[in-house]
Design a protein around this ligand. Structure first.
Ligand SMILES: [Zn+2]
Length: 320
């Protein structure tokens, strides 16, 4: 590909924190920016901070009734409203009304999350046709190299017809997933890294809006293959834990025959796949309720076309 991808200017940028109420870096930053917007101001726009799930934040829990970050399907957003709807379904509709629908919908959405897994700074992208987000991810990778928290770009390639994640509401979007950080805790290193990533992301959008062109590049992305469940006994209780050799090894190649679990009786259990894969979200606390032990990804090499601003006919343009 040698042609440019062109997109219109990004005028409305929304930064969500607290989509999960106990992921404290995003909660802390969104609350801070609500009190002082100055850090979110750029020449061509001012980003809006939003605390996505205020009730869950208040109680410092992931959610009240159900996971807000699974409530943004078209089906749920458009279903008839009922007083008995779960809190997060009501909240998703409010967020969609305010930021996701109509001509003033968000052009770029950041959604700030933490993971208890050792994933450094991970970027999740739901729309595989969103090249602007890939350029932003590439810009972040090249401008915030940090030895202790390598910046990965972890591409979530949604195969489902409907995208259920909050980032679905923006025309372009990225979810930042930083760890390791325990639930309900905010760590200085993780907080400052997230803050830096958002700031550099806003810088990128500002440069794009001012007409800077970004050349084509190549990058590795990780595409989700499958979720691996904990081994369970007949009552549904887990009967093994993450193997010590796998603990904290997010993004480290997992080869056929490598140990993945240790049972309570001390036996090792091994990866039985036939190809090298890359485990992520290893031992993520929030996934225990679904018995998910880790998520397997494959590494894919991508060519990303150059990016430039699409010049739109303004008020003085000739109507067609
Ligand atoms: Zn989260």
């Amino acid at each position: 590909m040698n042609s440019h991808m062109a997109y219109p200017a990004i005028s409305r940028v929304v930064v969500f924190g607290g989509t999960h109420g106990n992921e404290m870096s995003g909660v802390t930053l969104a609350k801070h920016w609500q009190k002082d917007l100055s850090e979110l101001q750029r020449k061509t726009f001012t980003a809006e901070p939003c605390l996505a799930n205020p009730h869950a934040v208040e109680k410092c829990v992931r959610y009240i009734d159900q996971d807000l970050n699974r409530c943004f399907s078209k089906e749920l957003l458009c279903s008839p409203v009922s007083e008995s709807d779960p809190y997060e379904v009501k909240r998703a509709r409010e967020i969609y009304q305010k930021y996701g629908s109509g001509s003033s919908s968000s052009d770029f959405t950041f959604d700030l999350h933490n993971t208890t897994s050792n994933m450094g700074a991970t970027l999740l992208r739901c729309s595989k046709d969103d090249f602007l987000s890939m350029h932003l991810a590439n810009y972040l990778q090249n401008s915030t190299g940090d030895q202790c928290m390598p910046c990965y770009n972890f591409l979530i390639d949604i195969q489902e017809k409907d995208n259920v994640y909050l980032q679905n509401i923006g025309k372009h979007s990225l979810t930042l997933e930083l760890g390791p950080q325990p639930q309900g805790v905010v760590r200085a290193d993780v907080l400052s890294r997230m803050r830096e990533l958002v700031n550099r992301g806003l810088d990128f959008i500002d440069l794009f809006n001012q007409g800077k062109e970004f050349p084509s590049f190549e990058m590795d992305v990780y595409r989700v293959l499958s979720r691996v469940l904990y081994p369970q006994d007949s009552t549904g209780d887990i009967r093994a834990v993450i193997h010590p050799d796998l603990q904290n090894k997010d993004y480290v190649p997992l080869k056929p025959g490598d140990p993945i679990f240790k049972t309570f009786s001390g036996e090792d259990m091994f990866y039985e796949g036939e190809t090298i894969v890359y485990p992520t979200f290893i031992d993520e606390a929030a996934y225990y309720e679904k018995k998910v032990a880790f998520i397997l990804t494959e590494k894919i090499h991508c060519n990303v076309p150059a990016l430039k601003l699409e010049h739109q006919a303004g008020h003085l343009g000739t109507p067609k």
